[in-house]
Design a protein around this ligand. Structure first.
Ligand code: ZN
Length: 266
């Protein structure tokens, strides 16, 4: 069985992501869950990007045994002072510790305008400290901010473990991250025709450093572009990694599942 280590099930059933899921919306996920399970995905990590979305990830994880939650505030979703963010996340951890397997997605994003570098750094570091306090791994979002993000993570690499979600940095960065005992997350873009460079990275780094992710409902694989992604497409990512490395699909699944279990303790 594969593990989708990064998806947003909460958004798949909710047209207003910041609103709390209704009982009806939670129940609606039942059919999606059955379809996902039939595709060979045994577990999923539902990743929060704001406090309300983190609450919804928790609600899904408390209802569906195959789902675990991570909680955190994405660099593009900072709407409250850092002290408020941390205290809200902390109360979620204290009330729902059983289903929370990590802090994320957190990080730096200099792509979406306008952005405040200083504020992003403060909120990022505060959440890294929260992860250390509760001994949780981290799910990292980096966009157009590779140098700054890696410089920060370098300070925490020995006290924390984590995954760089939707890896899009260069080969040297991949090797560095994996040498820390961290992971790189591989998503739908591995199937895009132009992405030879990513396939080359995936072909050469150790498989012990790779995570399977869909980022559903975002980033569908090549032949589904323009459509809504679903964790049931995870096998397409595993197959693309197998093809790039010249190994079997089963080998990729076995190792990446072991990797995910080790980091998230699921
Ligand atoms: Zn995501």
């Amino acid at each position: 069985m594969m593990i989708d280590t990064h998806c947003h099930l909460n958004i798949m059933t909710n047209k207003e992501p910041e609103a709390l899921l209704t009982a009806h919306q939670l129940a609606e996920l039942e059919t999606v869950m059955a379809h996902i399970h039939d595709s060979g995905v045994g577990h999923m990590v539902c990743v929060g990007t704001s406090v309300p979305e983190s609450r919804n990830c928790i609600a899904i994880a408390e209802r569906y045994a195959r789902v675990a939650a991570t909680i955190g505030v994405h660099p593009c979703d900072i709407t409250q002072p850092v002290e408020v963010i941390i205290s809200e996340l902390e109360s979620l951890i204290n009330a729902h510790r059983k289903v929370i397997v990590g802090i994320g997605e957190i990080g730096l994003d200099y792509y979406h305008q306008p952005y405040d570098k200083h504020l992003q750094e403060v909120v990022f570091k505060a959440q890294l400290a929260l992860a250390i306090k509760y001994e949780l791994p981290v799910v990292i979002h980096i966009r157009d901010a590779g140098d700054d993000a890696l410089a920060i993570l370098e300070l925490y690499k020995d006290t924390l473990h984590g995954v760089i979600h939707c890896f899009s940095l260069d080969k040297a960065a991949a090797e560095k991250i994996i040498s820390w005992g961290w992971y790189i997350g591989i998503d739908g873009p591995i199937t895009y025709p132009k992405n030879n460079y990513l396939r080359e990275i995936v072909a050469t780094v150790p498989l012990t450093g790779i995570f399977l992710e869909t980022d559903a409902p975002f980033l569908p694989p090549q032949h589904l572009r323009g459509k809504r992604n679903c964790p049931s497409n995870l096998g397409i990512i595993a197959q693309a990694i197998a093809d790039a490395r010249g190994v079997s699909f089963e080998d990729v699944v076995r190792q990446t599942t072991a990797n995910a279990k080790e980091l998230f303790r699921i």
